[in-house]
Design a protein around this ligand. Structure first.
Ligand code: SF4
Length: 337
């Protein structure tokens, strides 16, 4: 039995032991690679990508790019909760082989890590980048060159990690890069705390959305993510809109993602993330065939040890229970299962 067969078998065994039906065979939408064109190219040809970039730059003047709605003028150097200015700051860019399988393929996901973050979780695993803001300032022009470098390296996509607070720079850089031959799909790899009006502005720009869904209880979000009490409502509205725009994950003939939605959910100790409610929401509001990555890798980082309930790793029993809940809800496309 190979590794993936063993994991499906184990998942089904767990589901049975908890009274759930075994998983159905996932449906995978396959699109021909030949003739694939990333969404932003069409928008650029119509002139609407330039309009979106201008519109987003105007938002910098009274920043409400995220639900914190700080209303600071980032063009004049004012800083809000995320501490970002109107110049984009990048921590690293490289081919990443640790992402979800349909993003990685043979040559890796072309990942760009942006410095700063709008959620600022107490247990942040990348706190040096997201809280402390480690990284280097870059022009939009330079950011475009980084995208083209990743394409030249053979990466299958441009994976924008924590992008929302620097969206105006990103869209402008995509315009520049598209004019010089960028043809890779964009992956919007975000925390899920995105306002609906901003997600609507991304319609026709982003091919693959990969939001987190971190909590289903606003009290947990308030406590562990810097007062983001409205996280569950904001994230569910944003992800429903993402699903409306791009649908279920579609791949090419080699299994490489071209378009669609992937949701990540980190299992936290003591079910702080509210996993059972999350998987039911996916099945009822989106589709049971939604590609979901239920992640087990939580470890106490940054200020997590201030909270006894977050001071240990997620146990294998907690992760198994999360998978069993997903099976019970009828989810069929669980990453690496
Ligand atoms: S992106 Fe930053 S400055 Fe803008 S509203 Fe969000 S936290 Fe505030």
């Amino acid at each position: 039995m190979d590794d993936s067969t063993r994991r499906v078998f184990t998942g089904n065994l767990l589901a049975f032991s908890l009274g759930a039906a075994p998983s159905e065979t996932p449906r995978t939408r396959v699109l021909p690679r030949d003739g694939f064109e990333p969404a932003y190219l069409r928008l650029e040809r119509s002139g609407r990508l330039a309009e979106r970039a201008r519109e987003l730059y105007r938002v910098f003047a009274e920043c409400r790019l995220c639900p914190r709605r700080c209303s600071v003028n980032r063009l004049k150097g004012e800083k809000g909760i995320c501490q970002a200015t109107s110049r984009v700051k990048v921590y690293s860019h490289h081919a990443h082989f640790g992402e979800e399988r349909p993003l990685v393929g043979r040559h890796g996901s072309g990942t760009i890590f942006f410095s700063h973050c709008n959620l600022l979780c107490e247990y942040c695993q990348n706190w040096q980048i997201n809280h402390r803001g480690d990284g280097f300032y870059e022009s939009d022009e330079r950011l475009a060159r980084r995208m083209l470098d990743l394409q030249s390296a053979g990466c299958h996509n441009i994976n924008l990690v924590t992008p929302t607070h620097c969206l105006p720079n990103i869209v402008q850089a995509v315009r520049i890069a598209a004019g010089r031959g960028l043809r890779l799909p964009l992956v919007y790899n975000c925390g899920g705390y995105e306002p609906l009006e901003i997600v609507r502005l991304l319609d026709g720009i982003v091919d693959i959305y990969m939001p987190d869904f971190k909590y289903t209880d606003g009290r947990m979000a308030a406590l562990y993510s810097s007062g983001a009490q409205d996280y569950p409502e904001v994230a569910s509205a944003a992800i429903e809109e993402m699903h409306r725009q791009v649908g279920e994950l579609a791949v090419d003939e080699q299994g490489i993602a071209l378009r669609g939605l992937i949701i990540r959910h980190l299992v936290l100790p003591h079910d702080i993330a509210g996993t059972g409610k999350f998987v039911k929401w996916v099945a009822e509001k989106l589709s049971r065939n939604t590609y979901v990555n239920i992640m087990a890798q939580y470890r106490p980082e940054h200020r997590a040890r201030k909270y006894p309930e977050l001071s240990r790793r997620t146990t294998s029993e907690e992760w198994n229970q999360a998978i069993a809940w997903a099976r019970q809800a009828g989810l069929t496309r669980l990453d690496r299962l």
